[in-house]
Write a protein that binds this ligand. Structure first.
Ligand code: CP
Ligand code: NVA
Length: 300
């Protein structure tokens, strides 16, 4: 059976991703008019969270409801997964009951294994290595605000983490230039970097990196699962904080994005997060529209 999964941005090609973004724009306009099409009537999404979430959970759940379907939330504790039932067993059982499964987990390999046992589409709701759903929303947000992202200068400041990896994939697929600025110890995964190096470079000086940027992005310095490194990382990353000085190196009309949750005073200052160049609230809201379009793409 040829099932479409969405485990990284590379699961789909540029044309398919652009179709999802265009459909998201349509769905967003409809939602603003409170007009809803029941394109996924009676379809059910199972959502397995092995890590915490606010945006991912609420956007998928609301999205399924607005499309006429339903979503079931399985929390980090409370299901049999939390008591050690293997994911490959859960994949086969849920496949018999639901139409699509979203999984938020730790090692990316778990998602790959899970999807190989699933008879229904599997969506990566964040792994240690990638966060492709957030990229759908980020691309939508940039395109809405400024038009095509092709050939734009995008700067990632902070940890070479899951979000950074998904940005590296996006840079290759959508042909924009990405500069990653991070401490030497926290560079992105070398294999992912190799595959995107035509569009990605590393610049350890944050001021040089931010020079002439169209878009500046950051994320928490200690991702979920790395909480015990928080204190140590805070010292090592301070130079990479997005503050007004960094923003002043970028173009005058540069935008600021952050997948949230944000740690004010760490990776971003209050004035930048709440300032006129920040579009983080629109970005968060766009999770709803882009994921509704993704669900339709995978299920229709
Ligand atoms: N950005 C994001 O994925 O947020 P949540 O962790 O709240 O889902
Ligand atoms: N890099 C962050 C993203 C949270 C949405 C994490 O993995 O915790």
């Amino acid at each position: 059976m040829n099932i479409k999964h969405f485990l990284t941005l590379d699961s789909l090609n540029r044309k398919e991703l652009e179709a999802i973004i265009n459909r998201a724009l349509e769905l967003k306009a409809q939602t603003k008019r409170r007009k809803f099409e029941a394109t996924l009537n009676n379809r059910v999404l199972g959502m397995i969270f092995e890590k915490s979430s606010t945006r991912t959970r609420v956007s998928f759940e609301t999205g399924m409801t607005q499309l006429g379907g339903h979503a079931i939330y399985l929390a980090p504790t409370g299901s049999q997964i939390g008591r050690g039932e293997p994911l490959k067993d859960t994949a086969r059982v849920l496949s018999k009951m639901v139409d699509c499964i979203m999984l938020r987990t730790f090692e990316h390999e778990k998602l790959e294994e899970f999807s190989s046992y699933s008879d229904v589409p599997v969506i990566n709701g964040l792994s240690d290595s990638f966060h492709p759903c957030q990229l759908l929303a980020d691309l939508l947000t940039y395109i809405e605000a400024r038009g095509s992202i092709e050939n734009k200068n995008v700067v990632w400041l902070g940890d070479g983490n899951n979000m950074c990896h998904s940005y590296m994939n996006a840079a290759r697929i959508f042909n924009f230039q990405l500069i990653v600025s991070c401490p030497k110890e926290f560079v992105p995964n070398s294999e992912i970097f190799e595959s995107s190096k035509k569009n990605t470079s590393i610049e350890h000086d944050p001021y040089k990196a931010a020079d002439g940027a169209d878009l500046i992005i950051t994320d928490v310095w200690a991702s979920m699962g790395k909480e015990d490194e928080q204190k140590d990382r805070k010292e090592k990353f301070m130079k990479y904080q997005v503050n007004s000085e960094i923003m002043s190196c970028a173009k005058d009309n540069a935008l600021f994005m952050h997948c949230l949750p944000a740690h004010r005073g760490e990776e971003v200052t209050e004035d930048v997060l709440e300032g006129p160049q920040s579009i983080v609230w629109e970005e968060a809201g766009n999770r709803l529209h882009s994921q509704k379009a993704l669900l339709e793409f995978l299920l229709m």
